[in-house]
Design a protein around this ligand. Structure first.
Ligand SMILES: [Zn+2]
Length: 221
């Protein structure tokens, strides 16, 4: 089972879990919006193998389906800057826009801004490609996102890149906004990722987008 983030991540069948430092549990910073609640469905299979305490955390995570973001429209220029920077293959501009998106969303929700690192070619092994990674370092939370595919070293498509960034950011918000002691990949978690994505890219609607997060050999941890 996954253990401390400082030592990396661990695999459970089909999913990757990131664990927190339980010694530094962060209190909720904002109250949950009731619009974000929904009835959780059947939990993912690994739920059964969690401790009782972790199962409670899982259920808390699964019960929150959205992250309402006031002023999401004001982020449109920086989201567009990210899209353009990826098209230009401009890693510095990609990193700047990514950090601004993650920072502004975090601060709007009362969380600290994570450090964002944009790296080149995705690490890959037999399990697939690593798209992104969230860790808590001594100084600050760190989000790493890879900009190029492992197979052809092509620049990652805008939507995929932004989804990965938001996925990692959701781990950060689990700790700092929802006050969870661990950040699990629950259905609620993927819904929160989708909710942020839809607010930043309003044209992205429909069930296909919502289910994207659950498919494929995706490795965002
Ligand atoms: Zn993840």
């Amino acid at each position: 089972m996954a253990e401390a983030t400082r030592r990396g991540t661990a695999r459970v069948p089909g999913l990757l879990i990131i664990a927190s430092r339980t010694s530094r549990r962060l209190a909720p910073v904002v109250a949950r919006d009731t619009q974000g609640h929904y009835e959780p469905l059947v939990p993912f299979a690994y739920y059964e193998r969690l401790s009782r305490r972790d199962q409670a955390t899982y259920r808390e995570s699964d019960a929150v389906a959205a992250i309402p973001l006031e002023g999401a429209r004001e982020l449109a220029p920086v989201v567009e800057a990210l899209r353009a920077a990826l098209v230009r293959d401009d890693v510095r501009a990609v990193a700047t826009a990514s950090a601004e998106i993650a920072g502004r969303i975090s601060r709007a929700l009362g969380a600290t801004a994570p450090v964002v690192e944009v790296l080149a070619v995705r690490p890959s092994r037999d399990w697939g490609e690593l798209h992104g990674l969230y860790t808590q370092e001594a100084e600050a939370a760190l989000i790493r996102v890879w900009m190029r595919t492992a197979r052809h070293a092509r620049v990652v498509a805008f939507r995929t890149f932004l989804r990965t960034l938001l996925h990692e950011l959701c781990h950060h918000l689990d700790f700092e906004v929802l006050g969870l002691s661990r950040s699990f990949h629950t259905e609620g978690f993927f819904k929160r990722e989708s909710s942020l994505f839809r607010q930043l890219v309003p044209s992205a609607t429909g069930p296909q987008q919502a289910s994207l997060a659950l498919r494929g050999r995706r490795r965002r941890v």
